[in-house]
Design a protein around this ligand. Structure first.
Ligand code: FES
Ligand code: FES
Length: 168
């Protein structure tokens, strides 16, 4: 059984027909081709699938697609267009978000599988706490697992991006 839903993804309206059992993660990756959002555990434990739903971070693997009817989703592809404090990008944007620039500069990416989820979680953190301490960054990102970096460079990158955003 399928249901038609209308949602806004990265500032663009999308109309899709989805099976009732489809997750938001599969809707994004399979139906819309937005493969920046990664599929890890599919049980809500790794954070690789983190996206914003009406401005709040969620694990897309745990959200049914039909539940996003009429709502706004932001994925890593829309991150460059996300302004501080904004709930969703107005539309496609060029370039990189300061968080992405900071992750590259800090060497906070190795295999990259966790990166899009980390970026989206970090963006949500900076929206509610523009100047987080190291402990606050670690606590907020505790649901996002990274098997490669040891986390220190990720924390450094988030704090560097916070400084960049504050100086604008
Ligand atoms: S794939 Fe969603 S939390 Fe791991
Ligand atoms: S960079 Fe490989 S899991 Fe984080």
């Amino acid at each position: 059984m399928e249901q038609q839903i209308v949602l806004t993804v990265n500032g663009r309206e999308q109309v899709v027909r989805v099976p009732l059992t489809r997750s938001l993660l599969d809707l994004l990756r399979e139906d819309l081709g937005l493969t920046g959002t990664k599929k890890g555990c599919e049980t809500g434990d790794c954070g690789a699938c983190t996206v914003h739903l009406d401005g709040e971070p969620v694990n897309a693997c745990l959200v049914f697609a039909f539940d996003v009817q009429g709502r706004r989703v932001t994925t890593v592809e829309g991150l460059p267009g996300l302004v501080p404090g904004g709930e969703a990008p107005a539309g496609p944007a060029e370039g990189l978000h300061p968080l992405q620039t900071a992750f590259i500069a800090a060497g906070a990416i190795q295999c990259g599988y966790c990166t899009s989820g980390m970026l989206m979680a970090a963006a949500a953190l900076l929206a509610e706490n523009p100047q987080p301490t190291e402990a606050e960054v670690r606590e907020y990102l505790s649901g996002n697992l990274c098997r490669c970096t040891g986390y220190a460079r990720i924390v450094d990158a988030v704090q560097a991006a916070a400084r960049t955003l504050l100086s604008r």
